[in-house]
Design a protein around this ligand. Structure first.
Ligand code: ZN
Length: 189
């Protein structure tokens, strides 16, 4: 698991890792993409494009908007009558029509990925429409820590993954269970 500068890539899908740049959505709503520079770091760590052309405040705004549309889309599928869900679908579809990063291989076997904000949005949106239309979508879960709102695709063979994989989630549950057992043991003495 990569954990650099606050960004993690544990969701198994680009679009869900993007959604995960906002944490604790039902409580604190912690924003990890606070500046164009944060966005640039995320794009590089996500291996989306190598060196995105300058990303400004408007680019950041577009990414955050698409991120929220993806979150609404995957959380309210199928879109039924809700206006929010329908708007989210339209927004994600629109971004999915944007160009994708250009991948090129050089003679030494090195891959380069080129693009700017349109390609970043295009790649995230395309991943979202691919996910929702695929069999993997049924394996999408929210972390079992009720406060953590991170989404992931459970690709484990048994389909038994419960935690996003962050230390504060699975570990905290283990610690709580351990404490409870200790308490029960001392009460029984
Ligand atoms: Zn979690």
């Amino acid at each position: 698991m990569e954990h650099v500068g606050g960004f993690v890539f544990v969701s198994g899908r680009l679009c869900l890792d993007l959604v995960g740049t906002k944490l604790w959505r039902r409580s604190l709503g912690t924003e990890l993409l606070n500046s164009p520079d944060d966005l640039r770091r995320w794009v590089r760590q996500a291996e989306l494009v190598d060196d995105p052309s300058p990303l400004d405040a408007r680019a950041l705004d577009r990414v955050r908007r698409l991120r929220e549309a993806i979150y609404t889309l995957v959380g309210s599928w199928p879109p039924s009558e809700s206006a929010d869900a329908r708007n989210a679908l339209a927004e994600v579809n629109e971004a999915a029509r944007l160009p994708l990063p250009k991948h090129q291989l050089d003679e030494s076997g090195r891959l380069t990925r080129a693009g700017g904000i349109d390609e970043i949005l295009g790649a995230a949106a395309r991943d979202a429409v691919d996910l929702v239309s695929s069999a993997h979508f049924r394996r999408m879960k929210e972390c079992a820590n009720p406060e953590c709102t991170r989404l992931f695709v459970d690709l484990s063979h048994a389909g038994a993954r419960r935690w996003c994989g962050m230390a504060e989630c699975g570990n905290r549950e283990k610690v709580a269970r351990h404490r409870k057992r200790k308490k029960q043991e001392s009460a029984a003495e």
